[in-house]
Design a protein around this ligand. Structure first.
Ligand SMILES: [Fe+2]
Ligand SMILES: [Fe+2]
Length: 256
């Protein structure tokens, strides 16, 4: 049964139109095909420096006005933890991929989850993490992507970003959780950054709470399910370093 068959309420067309597109269709999208052609080796090898130290040692810098513009959105769903940490991973992945458009990656990363502040807060965990079926395809996740694009279109023009840049940001926000196929290197680096936060201690703690699981089970799940989803080799190296460090720190070989 698809999500659309179990919907308990009327949804706007901007949500249902996205939910009705199959993942195979995304994979055949010209943008996905062009990206796959351009980067046939997976995970994508790094072109620059790869830093696998704990992420706290290299926070992101800059974009102060953008951060100030989204302070209300940081108050939802631990975004005041999630967004800066994901941004720090994004900056690191951009160091590993100097061929990527760094500004696009950073702005899209900073904004990617701001839409959580504009959805029904009571459904974020119950549907977005613990609902029946594929949690990544929960209705609330499509809603947070659409709302995140609205935030981008509201705040970016006033900060000097032109329309085509704003639309490229929105293309990355749109489907960042719900679409399997990445459309560009920048899209891929945002996705990897978003996943990498889960390997750091703050992300482990929040995710254990959201998914309702224990540390050793969660660490095993990261290794088995999330590492294979990473698109960049730099992301894989960072993830593996964090798994090793945090398994040792949390004594998961004993406490299981
Ligand atoms: Fe998200
Ligand atoms: Fe996120």
């Amino acid at each position: 049964m698809s999500n659309t068959e179990t919907l308990p309420r009327d949804l706007p067309e901007e949500i249902t139109s996205r939910m009705s597109v199959e993942q195979e269709t995304h994979a055949r999208d010209p943008r996905a095909l062009a990206f796959a052609d351009a980067y046939p080796t997976r995970p994508i090898p790094a072109q620059g420096k790869v830093n696998t130290d704990p992420i706290a040692t290299t926070p992101s810098t800059g974009h102060d006005e953008l951060w100030r513009a989204i302070i209300p959105e940081t108050r939802s769903r631990a975004n005041d933890l999630h967004l800066p940490i994901v941004a720090a991973f994004a900056a690191r992945l951009c160091d590993a991929h100097p061929e990527a458009d760094r500004e696009l990656v950073m702005v899209a990363t900073i904004l990617h989850d701001t839409g959580w502040a504009h959805v029904d807060q009571s459904r974020i965990v119950s549907e977005g993490f613990r609902g029946s079926g594929d949690w990544r395809q929960a209705v609330i996740r499509f809603e947070h992507e659409v709302e995140g694009m609205k935030v981008a279109r509201r705040v970016l023009p006033g900060l000097g970003y032109d329309e085509s840049f704003v639309e490229r940001v929105c293309e990355i926000i749109d489907g960042h959780d719900t679409r399997k196929a990445a459309f560009s290197l920048e899209d891929a680096l945002v996705r990897d950054s978003d996943r990498l936060w889960r390997f750091d201690q703050a992300g482990i703690a929040m995710s254990m709470e959201w998914f309702g699981t224990d540390a050793s089970s969660y660490m095993a799940r990261l290794d088995a399910e999330i590492v294979p989803e990473l698109i960049s080799a730099a992301g894989v190296a960072m993830a593996r370093a964090d798994i090793e460090r945090n398994n040792a720190l949390l004594r998961t070989e004993v406490i299981r």
